[in-house]
Design a protein around this ligand. Sequence first.
Ligand code: G3H
Length: 337
Amino acid sequence: MTDAQTATDASVRTAPSDQLPQLHLPRNAGTGLDLDWVARVQANTSAIERRAATLPGRRSVKKAYQAAWLARAVTCIDLTTLAGDDTPGRVRRLCAKARQPVRADILDALDLPAITTGAVCVYHEMVPTAVEALEGTGIPIAAVSTGFPAGLSPYHLRVKEIEESVKAGAKEIDIVISRRHVLTGNWQALYDEMAEFRAACGDAHVKAILATGELGTLRNVARASLVCMMAGADFIKTSTGKESVNATLPVTLTMIRAIRAYEAATGFKVGYKPAGGISKAKDALVYLSMIKEELGDRWLRPDLFRFGASSLLGDIERQLEHHATGQYSASYRHPMG
Ligand SMILES: O=C[C@H](O)COP(=O)(O)O
């Protein structure tokens, strides 16, 4: 079984789904959201910016292992198409790529095992096509939901959309939060929304898209991360890919430190998904390096880490091919620089 296939294992979630709302609360388990805990959340913006800025220089991912790290990155990709002109044909091609993301001769040359991507991520309308194309592979289908990307469609329809996508075969649901709840500091409303989305997902995993580029401050990002985790999110995800600013290193550091704090308080491991604008192999290595440093090796698997990306795979494949043939591109000679 590949790492990608383990993404659907129960290990992602550490408690039965009917216990999640209660067990996800670090305090006040009987009464819901602990606003004091959320209010105490601080994000030292300048320290986070400074540390994020120096990360590409700290080469914790060694050159000798780069091919293996790039293969690991592939297993963590939610291979995505989220375009208005998506067609069943495009989704079928995407699924074929998810099944065999890297040519077998390249993997052989590098002595790497067969791999798949972590998941395929599509709009609701494309879920049945993806289900058919991925049958028997164990690769989960993620559907973006709740009025993606703005999350401003009628509330009951957002909940219904989740239910429809689960019924159609999606095993993972990427919901978008209502940014206004964060911008107005209405943490209880954010908690209630997230908890209802969580419940509508049933046994499907739920990723909470924060749309961090629209949340104003890193402190808001940290608080929204914690509230979504408290309400039962299995993953927290930076962006829809449609905001003007998507995944960044400071936002990543803020969110993964929130994940670390949440695990320390509750024992629950929540996954992380940076998404939007990650298209270079060297950037993927920087993200993996950051996760390894901040959360440890356990988070370097597809059940706890994903890239949301539409074009990253192409660059990784090129770099692996260069690696296999000994012809390195300029960016590969300096993957962390
Ligand atoms: O969730 C995934 C993102 O929408 C993908 O963004 P991207 O097309 O910039 O890679």
